[in-house]
Design a protein around this ligand. Structure first.
Ligand SMILES: Nc1nc2c(c(=O)[nH]1)N[C@H]1C(S)=C(S)[C@@H](COP(=O)(O)OP(=O)(O)OC[C@H]3O[C@@H](n4cnc5c(=O)[nH]c(N)nc54)[C@H](O)[C@@H]3O)O[C@H]1N2
Ligand SMILES: Nc1nc2c(c(=O)[nH]1)N[C@H]1C(S)=C(S)[C@@H](COP(=O)(O)OP(=O)(O)OC[C@H]3O[C@@H](n4cnc5c(=O)[nH]c(N)nc54)[C@H](O)[C@@H]3O)O[C@H]1N2
Ligand code: SF4
Ligand SMILES: [Mo]
Length: 697
C-alpha cells in the first residue's frame, strides 16, 4: 500500500493545531503541521509530533480488563482480560444495584483533560450521568481555573464568558501567571505561540509578562516583572486604583454597576503599598501604569500562576475590573468574547445568573456547587463516606491530579466499581475494577466543539478518524451508548443507537445548530474561519441590564479577608521567608508532557521530559543542594522527593514543580481539606509553604 496524508487536528491541548498524518497500511508514520491551517500555520509542538508513536505505543490499552481483588503486596488490583460484553454487563449490574440501594448519586463521574477533545464521547458520558439521575459530576475545572467561571458569573452573569485576546487590534498584552510558549495558553488557545507573539510585537504590540520566574515567554516579552508570588492582586489593584483616578467615573458607571464599591476597595493599593507587597520597584510599577495608559485598551491573560493560589478569585476579579475600567471588554483592541462557530452563543437567550452557589456534596456541604458540578476537593470524601460507590473516570488521572495522593488511592480502592476509560495504563487504571480501552484521538472523528469559544477566531474544524481503532479499542460514545441500552437510559440523541450511529452522524445535530451547514465544515480541507474578533453580543445579550457588576460583594469580602490574613507576602522584605525558612511551591508545565500524559512517549528523534524540583541558585546554595542532587520537599500535608534542577530564572524564595509525576509527586504536598477556597472549592496548588532539604539518592 502507498502512503496517504490525512488532514486532522491535534487534540492534546487547547491549541488544537492543524496536523497532517501520514498513514501507510494502518501505521501512522509521520505527524507534521498543517501549513494551510489558518491559526496554527504549520506549527506543532513535540507532543503533537508524538501522536503517531503514541498510537502504536506498547503502553496503549488494547483490551478490556477487570479485577476484583487487591494485591496486598503492590496495593494494586489484579487484572484479567474480559470481553467487552462481559465488562459492560458487569458495570451495568453495579450501576443498577447501587442506584437501587443508594440512589442515583451513588454513581459519580470525573471528566478531565483526555475527554475535553472527544466531542461525542464527552457528550455521551455527561448524558449518561444525567440520564442516570446523578448530580455527582466532577471535572478538572475545579482543580485548575474555577476563579475564571466564578468571576465571569459574578461580574458578567454567565460562568462561560471567556475573554479572548484581540490579537489583531490590541496594543498591550499582559500575561499574569501564564506561560503560553510552553502551555499554548490557559483559557485562550494560542497555537504557534512564539511566532504569534513576535507578529504582535512586529505590528507595534507590547508584551508584559508578570511571573516570578523568567519564563520562556518572559524571555521574549518587552517587559518582565518578576513579581513576588501571590501578590498579583496587589499589583492589579494598584493599576485599577490609578486608572480610576484618570477616567470619567460617569462614563464607567454607564457600563458597570458597583463603581463606588470598587473605588473604595482598591483605595488601599497605593504605589508604596504595591511596591512593598509585590517586590517590584516604584518605577517598575509606574512604567506598567504608563504602558496601560498609553495603550488605552488592554488585553490581560491569566493562567495557573494566578488561578491556583489563595488570591485567585480576587486577582481574576481585578483583571476583569481593569478591563472594565479601560473599556476593554467586547470592544476592539482589548478582549472579545468568541461566540463560537459551533455553539453560536450569540444566538441564545440569556438569563443572567445571580451567582449564588448551591450546597456541596453530602460529606462536604460547606463546599460550593457551581457550574453544574461539585468541586474535586469533595470527591474523595464522597467516596470515603460511601456516598459514591461507582466512579467513572473519563479521560482523567485523578491519582496524580487530585490533592493528597495516598488518600485518593486508598479511597479509590474502596469503591464497588472504578470504571476507567483511558488510552494508556496509568496510576488510576492500576486501581480500577474495570479498565476500558478507548479509541485515541487518531481513531475517531472529531469537531473542535467544547473549546469552540477559546479560539483566537470564530472557527471550526472537523477531522475524520485517521486510522481505524486498533485491537479492541472502542469509542467512548459507543461505550456509554451500550451501557445506556443495558440500563434503558437514552444516551445518544433521539433516533440513534449504538449500532446505527457513527462519529459523523452524531456530528449532524451539532453542525445543524452551527454557523453553516454540515457540508461546509465536514468537506473543508482544514479549519473553517468565519471571522476574527466580533464585538458587542455580550453587552447586548448576556450582561445583567447591559452592565457589568464590577464589585460583587463576595469578592469585596474576600479581598478584605485576604488582606486581613495577609497571605500576600511582603516581597521586598525577605523576613517572612526567613522566618518560615520555607519556600513557596509554584506550578509549572513542561513542553513534552500534558499533565501526566506522554511521560513515556517521545516524538520521533525527540526525548521524553525529566521532571524536577526547580530552585533558584540562591535557595539551593543556602541548603547545600547542587544541580542534579536529590531533595526532599515537605509541606504541612506530606512529603515527596525528586531531582533538583537549579535554574537562575527561578524566583528566589519559591520552587517550581510540574504535576502529574510520581517522582517528584506534587500531589503528595496538597490537601483536600485545608486551604480550600470557600467560593469555588479550589484546592490550594500554588503558594503553599514547603521546606526543602537535600536527600540521599
Ligand atoms: N506543554 C504543556 N502544555 C500544557 C499543559 C502541560 O502540562 N504541558 N497543561 C495544560 C493545562 S491543563 C493548563 S491548565 C494550561 C496552563 O497554562 P498556563 O497557566 O499558561 O501554564 P503554566 O506553565 O503553568 O504557567 C503558570 C506560570 O505562572 C507562574 N506563577 C506561579 N505563581 C505565580 C504567581 O503567584 N503570580 C504570577 N504572576 N505567576 C505565577 C509560573 O512561574 C508559571 O510560569 O496549560 C495547558 N498546556
Ligand atoms: N498540584 C497540582 N495539581 C494539579 C495541577 C497543578 O498545577 N498542580 N494542575 C491541575 C490541572 S490545570 C489539571 S487540568 C488537572 C489535570 O488532571 P487530569 O486531566 O485528570 O490529568 P491528565 O494527566 O491530563 O489525565 C488525562 C488522562 O486522559 C487520558 N487520555 C488521553 N487521551 C484520551 C482520549 O482520547 N480519551 C480518553 N478517554 N482518555 C484520554 C490520558 O491517558 C490521561 O490518563 O490536574 C490538576 N492538578
Ligand atoms: S500545541 Fe502541541 S499538544 Fe497542543 S495542540 Fe498543538 S501540537 Fe498538539
Ligand atoms: Mo488544566
Amino acid at each position: 500500500m502507498t502512503e496517504s496524508d490525512i488532514v486532522s487536528f491535534c487534540r492534546i491541548c487547547n491549541a488544537m493545531c492543524g496536523i497532517v498524518a501520514t498513514v501507510d497500511d494502518g501505521q501512522v508514520v509521520r505527524i507534521r503541521g498543517d501549513e494551510s491551517h489558518p491559526l496554527s500555520r504549520g506549527y506543532t509542538c513535540p507532543k503533537g509530533r508524538a501522536l503517531g508513536v503514541m498510537h502504536h505505543h506498547p503502553l496503549r490499552l488494547n483490551h478490556p480488563q477487570a479485577a476484583s481483588r487487591v494485591d496486598q503486596k503492590s496495593g494494586m488490583r489484579l487484572m484479567a482480560p474480559i470481553s467487552w460484553d462481559e465488562s459492560l454487563d458487569d458495570i451495568a449490574e453495579f450501576v443498577q444495584s447501587v442506584i437501587g440501594e443508594s440512589g442515583p448519586d451513588g454513581i459519580g463521574m470525573y471528566l478531565a483533560s483526555g475527554s475535553a477533545f472527544d466531542t461525542n464521547g464527552r457528550r455521551a458520558a455527561e448524558r449518561f450521568l444525567t440520564q442516570a439521575g446523578s448530580i455527582q459530576k466532577y471535572t478538572a475545572t475545579t482543580i485548575d481555573t474555577p476563579c475564571k467561571p466564578l468571576v465571569a458569573e459574578l461580574v458578567g452573569g454567565w460562568s462561560g464568558l471567556t475573554p479572548i485576546w484581540d490579537h489583531e487590534h490590541s496594543k498591550l498584552l499582559i500575561l499574569v501567571g501564564s506561560n503560553p510558549v510552553v502551555s499554548h495558553g490557559h483559557s485562550n488557545a494560542i497555537p504557534d505561540p512564539v511566532r504569534r507573539l513576535r507578529d504582535f510585537q512586529n505590528g507595534g504590540g507590547r508584551i508584559v509578562v508578570i511571573d516570578p520566574r523568567r519564563t520562556e515567554t518572559a524571555a521574549l516579552a518587552d517587559v518582565h516583572l518578576a513579581v513576588q508570588p501571590g501578590s498579583d492582586a496587589t499589583l492589579l489593584g494598584f493599576v485599577v486604583r490609578a486608572l480610576l483616578n484618570d477616567v470619567q467615573i460617569e462614563e464607567v458607571r454607564a457600563r458597570a454597576d458597583g463603581i463606588d464599591e470598587l473605588v473604595s476597595a482598591v483605595d488601599r493599593f497605593t504605589l508604596s503599598f504595591a511596591a512593598d507587597h509585590t517586590g517590584l520597584s516604584e518605577s517598575q510599577l509606574s512604567e506598567l501604569l504608563n504602558d496601560v495608559r498609553s495603550a488605552g485598551r488592554v488585553s490581560v491573560l491569566s493562567g495557573t500562576g494566578s488561578s491556583m493560589n489563595a488570591a485567585a478569585n480576587v486577582t481574576e476579579w481585578l483583571i476583569w475590573a481593569l478591563h472594565i475600567v479601560t473599556d476593554s471588554y467586547d470592544k476592539p483592541g482589548g478582549m472579545w468574547f468568541n461566540p463560537g462557530y459551533l455553539m453560536q452563543l450569540d444566538s441564545r437567550d440569556w438569563q443572567p445568573s445571580d451567582g449564588v452557589a448551591e450546597r456541596g456534596p453530602v460529606s462536604r456541604p460547606e463546599l460550593p456547587r457551581r457550574f453544574g458540578e461539585y468541586p474535586c476537593s469533595g470527591l474523595v470524601s464522597e467516596i470515603e463516606s460511601g456516598n459514591i460507590r461507582v466512579l467513572f473516570v473519563v479521560g482523567g488521572n485523578p491519582v496524580t491530579a487530585l490533592p493528597d495522593r495516598e488518600r485518593t488511592e486508598a479511597a479509590l480502592l474502596t469503591l464497588d466499581a472504578l470504571v476507567v476509560l483511558d488510552v494508556v495504563e496509568t496510576e488510576t487504571t492500576r486501581l480500577a475494577t474495570h479498565v476500558l480501552p478507548v479509541a485515541g484521538q487518531l481513531e475517531r472523528g472529531d469537531l473542535t466543539w467544547l473549546l469552540d469559544s477559546y479560539q483566537l477566531a470564530v472557527a471550526a474544524q472537523y477531522t475524520p478518524a485517521v486510522v481505524d481503532p486498533v485491537a479492541d479499542r472502542r469509542t467512548v460514545w459507543k461505550v456509554f451508548a451500550e451501557l445506556g441500552e443495558r440500563l434503558a437510559l437514552g444516551v445518544l440523541p433521539r433516533g440513534f443507537t449504538s449500532e446505527n450511529a457513527t462519529d459523523e452522524l452524531l456530528f449532524g445535530p451539532i453542525l445543524a445548530k452551527s454557523r453553516s451547514d454540515v457540508a461546509t465544515v465536514m468537506s473543508a480541507s482544514s479549519a473553517v474561519v468565519e471571522s476574527g474578533a466580533v464585538y458587542g453580543w455580550v453587552t447586548e445579550r448576556v450582561l445583567p441590564d447591559g452592565k457589568w457588576r464590577v464589585a460583587p460583594s463576595d469578592l469585596l469580602a474576600q479581598c478584605d479577608q485576604l488582606l486581613a490574613d495577609s497571605p500576600i507576602p511582603p516581597g521586598s522584605d525577605r523576613s517572612a521567608e526567613l522566618k518560615f525558612d520555607r519556600l513557596l511551591l509554584l506550578p509549572q508545565r513542561r513542553m513534552r508532557t500534558m499533565n501526566s500524559q506522554l511521560r513515556d512517549v517521545a516524538a520521533p528523534g525527540g526525548r521524553t521530559e525529566t521532571p524536577a524540583i526547580v530552585m533558584s541558585p540562591h535557595d539551593a546554595q543556602e541548603r547545600g543542594i547542587a544541580n542534579g542532587d536529590h531533595a526532599k520537599v515537605e509541606s504541612d500535608f506530606g512529603i515527596t522527593t525528586g531531582r533538583v534542577a537549579v535554574d537562575a530564572n527561578m524566583h528566589s524564595g519559591s520552587i517550581g514543580m510540574p504535576h502529574g509525576w510520581s517522582t517528584p509527586d506534587v500531589s503528595r504536598l496538597t490537601s483536600a481539606d485545608s486551604g480550600i477556597d470557600p467560593l469555588t472549592g479550589m484546592v490550594l496548588q500554588s503558594g503553599l509553604r514547603v521546606s526543602v532539604e537535600r536527600a540521599d539518592d
